[in-house]
Design a protein around this ligand. Structure first.
Ligand code: GDP
Ligand code: MG
Length: 440
């Protein structure tokens, strides 16, 4: 069919009908850089990017979206998928109490997260008991007691002379006796991973048999998050993680490292020092943050959702047959306007050139002027733009009718004429002269 042949020609002209190794190199590099800047562990970056590239190669390019941008969207989707698609709620024991064991290095926010989690559960009408097993740091028990008073949640403790394993055991028994729903066991951390800490944690674990072992990871940990997770997961076995200090500069790449290394979900993020500053973890939000590419992703999504692909293809064919007239021009402008971000969207639309972009960057007001000028044209003039190029009197009439200056009418016509001649160059095999976003 003619339509198919034209479509094929179009693809050849673009040379980018499929995602190929050559047309995504820049995008690949951009993604790698974004992930490393977000502090994703470099080995995790390497395997992740290789996997996405492999899956992306040969994928059909959506009309109206360039391969680089589409590739980045693929990366985003994969990132969301790898991080678990949706939020994974806390486990709940069939028979109360549910036991949650907190693990992690010193200063990551375990004690704070213990209180945050207790408050979070309390808001869901689940009663909690917090257990203080950090007998090493002088003020650790007091810190949890103070937090407990603040949020009105009881703390179980046996002082600094007791054995942490014994404290944990008795804490759970106490919760059972009081009919408390959830026990959260705060533990001691060390500045570095050490065998004493691991030994103690795994003894607590085997004693209380927790429903959750949550690794608390500071989002600022960076590259080390991967090693840390590996060690904790191998030595103790975690069921999930809490990523703290996400209110800082960190882009949260540790989330991807933790998830990839352990295969366990991030369940919450800490977003401040206050006890209320805890949020469920959402993979899609984190993926946008990690890639720092929210704009591109949403543009591609918009192109997919809001652009009537059929319309675009029809227009592309018209361009190639050089039948593109003022009616099409107006339609295209309106389409773009509906999509919101003018300048950004321009890059996504093959066939829109700098002239159109220039007009559109001025945005709404320019579009109104263009619209009113085109509306003042007769049907014949819209369909045969040549009529206007030749006739000053027609231009004068349109200027008057639309309430704009004659020079604005002339400019629109010359813009349009130039755009058409560029389209003709394209169809006669010249490629895309100065097309934005076509990436070579
Ligand atoms: P622990 O040693 O693992 O028990 O860590 P702490 O709970 O004592 O927290 C160490 C420090 O990090 C404290 O100053 C906390 O206020 C702070 N902190 C904990 N979570 C967050 C968070 O999500 N955001 C910010 N900005 N600070 C946090
Ligand atoms: Mg602590």
């Amino acid at each position: 069919a003619l339509a198919e042949r034209l479509e094929d020609t179009w693809k050849k002209l673009r040379g980018q009908g499929k995602i190929s190794q050559s047309n995504i190199q820049d995008a690949l590099q951009e993604v790698r850089r974004a992930l490393l800047e977000a502090d994703v562990n470099f080995q995790v970056v390497k395997s992740f990017v290789a996997e996405v590239e492999k899956n992306a190669l040969g994928a059909e390019v959506i009309s109206g979206v360039n391969p680089q941008q589409q590739f980045i969207k693929l990366v985003y989707d994969e990132l969301v998928k790898v991080m678990g698609e949706s939020n994974v709620p806390l486990a709940k024991a069939e028979k109360a109490p549910t036991v949650i064991l907190m693990a992690g290095l010193q200063g990551t926010g375990k004690t704070t997260a213990t209180a945050k989690l207790a408050l979070y559960l309390q808001k869901q009408k689940r009663s909690c008991l917090m257990v203080a097993t950090d007998v090493y740091r002088p003020a650790a028990i007091d810190q949890l007691m103070t937090l407990g008073e603040q949020i009105k949640i009881p703390v179980f403790q046996l002082g600094r002379d007791a054995n942490p394993i014994e404290i944990a055991r008795q804490g759970v028994v106490s919760a059972q006796e009081q009919g408390i729903d959830t026990v959260i066991i705060d533990t001691a951390g060390r500045l570095q991973i050490d065998q004493d800490m691991m030994g103690e944690l795994s003894q607590i674990k085997s004693t209380v048999n927790p429903d959750e072992v949550l690794l608390v990871v500071d989002a600022m940990t960076g590259q080390e998050a991967a090693n840390l997770t590996r060690t904790f997961h191998e030595e103790i076995g975690i069921t999930g993680a809490i990523l703290t200090k996400m209110d800082g500069d960190s882009r949260g790449g540790a989330a991807l490292s933790v998830r990839t290394i352990s295969g366990k979900p991030i369940k919450f993020i800490g977003v401040g020092e206050k006890v209320e500053a805890l949020e469920p973890f959402y993979p899609d939000r984190m993926a946008s943050r990690i890639l720092n590419m929210g704009d591109i992703v949403s543009l591609v999504e918009k192109a997919q959702e809001e652009l009537d692909i059929g319309d675009v293809e029809k227009m592309q064919r018209k361009m190639m047959e050089a039948k593109f007239d003022f009616n099409d021009f107006l339609k295209q402008m309106r389409l773009l306007k509906n999509m919101g971000s003018f300048a950004g969207v321009m890059k996504l639309i093959p066939g829109m050139n700098k002239i159109g972009a220039g007009a559109l960057e001025k945005g709404e007001s320019q579009l109104k002027i263009t619209e009113s000028i085109i509306n003042s044209m007769t049907k014949a003039e819209r369909e045969n733009p040549e009529l206007l190029a030749k006739s000053p009197s027609r231009r004068r009439r349109i200027a008057k009718g639309s309430g704009h200056q004659e020079k604005e009418v002339s400019r629109l016509i010359s813009d349009f004429t130039r755009m058409r001649s560029m389209m003709q160059q394209m169809t006669t095999g010249g490629g895309f002269p100065g097309m934005p976003g076509m990436g070579g």
